[in-house]
Design a protein around this ligand. Structure first.
Ligand SMILES: [Zn+2]
Length: 309
């Protein structure tokens, strides 16, 4: 639950629609316990000292960043971050936990776990690790609501801007939510990674590679996360994820900005509306802007267009 007095959350849970206040209390306490009493996974690797350092550095700057978008920061610890090794997983585990293997990172809301997937050689790649968890941290910090369906069952309703429909079980606005989440990670990294000593050597390397990118590839430079260069091989460049979703979001933001010239100081102020909706769960202001611009029903159309495929 939101705790307005100290303005932080004890778990990722922002709101639960329970059958009665007693159940609401129980569910809230359950999430808090889950957040605080983390169990490790059987196929986990111990975090390196530098990885723990990265998490602690991120935590230092996170509350001010989240509050900037009117979110209520969740204070987690390095214990909530789990590095999993696919090579340590049995075939059954790979099947059971396949949702953890889809990307470099996963946010497991039910277990309040932030998961980073290990690949051989990752021990030294702190920048890669930082990015892999940052996106998931933004999900954890987003507005999250649940609904109680039976005495011992709850279901997720909202994560950030996205909302699960009862009709088809699909997540609406999913693409927009992922795009906003990654854009938030990008902004956080731009603002704070440079202050983190543990990331400095890799950031320096990234900067020197960035200078070599051709001028027309400027936007690619902006979207560069990290570079892997092994001696004797040509380097591999890794960029911010959800490229298409972010392009669509940024086009929408540019169009809203153009159509309301004078109302917003910059396109960034339009992005702020999306980011605030993601962090607070309040979408009314955004819905109104979309409907004012594209007509009645446009917000619902957007939900449909960007729903889970
Ligand atoms: Zn995501």
């Amino acid at each position: 639950m939101e705790n307005h007095e100290n303005n932080s959350r004890e778990s990722g849970l922002s709101k639960v629609i329970a059958r009665n206040p007693e159940e609401e209390k129980n569910i809230t306490a359950f999430f808090k316990r889950t957040m605080e009493n983390q169990t490790s996974l059987p196929f986990e690797r111990e975090k390196t000292e530098s990885q723990t350092g990265v998490i602690e550095e991120i935590l230092k700057y996170l509350p001010e960043f989240i509050k900037q978008y009117r979110g209520v920061p969740v204070m987690f610890s390095a214990d909530n971050v789990h590095v999993i090794d696919p090579e340590k997983m049995s075939a059954e585990e790979k099947e059971k936990f396949k949702y953890m293997l889809r990307g470099a990172g996963t946010y497991d809301a039910n277990d309040q776990k932030l998961i980073s997937q290990y690949q051989p050689g990752d021990e030294k790649k702190n920048l890669k690790f930082a990015y892999s968890i940052l996106h998931e941290i933004m999900h954890l910090e987003s507005f999250q609501s649940y609904q109680q369906i039976k005495s011992h069952a709850i279901t997720d309703r909202r994560l950030g801007i996205s909302m699960v429909s009862y009709k088809d079980g699909k997540s609406y606005f999913l693409d927009i939510n992922e795009a906003v989440t990654e854009e938030l990670s990008k902004r956080f990294a731009e603002k704070y990674f440079g202050k983190m000593e543990v990331l400095q050597p890799e950031l320096d390397k990234k900067d020197s590679w960035k200078r070599h990118l051709k001028p027309h590839a400027k936007h690619r430079g902006e979207n560069l996360r990290y570079v892997e260069d092994v001696e004797g091989k040509s380097p591999t460049f890794f960029y911010h994820t959800y490229k298409d979703e972010r392009e669509q979001l940024n086009e929408l933001i540019a169009d809203l900005y153009e159509k309301h010239k004078g109302r917003f100081e910059s396109p960034e102020k339009v992005f702020d509306l999306f980011a605030r909706a993601c962090m607070t769960g309040k979408v009314l202001e955004l819905a109104r802007l979309i409907e004012d611009t594209y007509g009645k029903g446009a917000f619902r159309d957007l939900a449909e267009k960007t729903k889970q495929k």
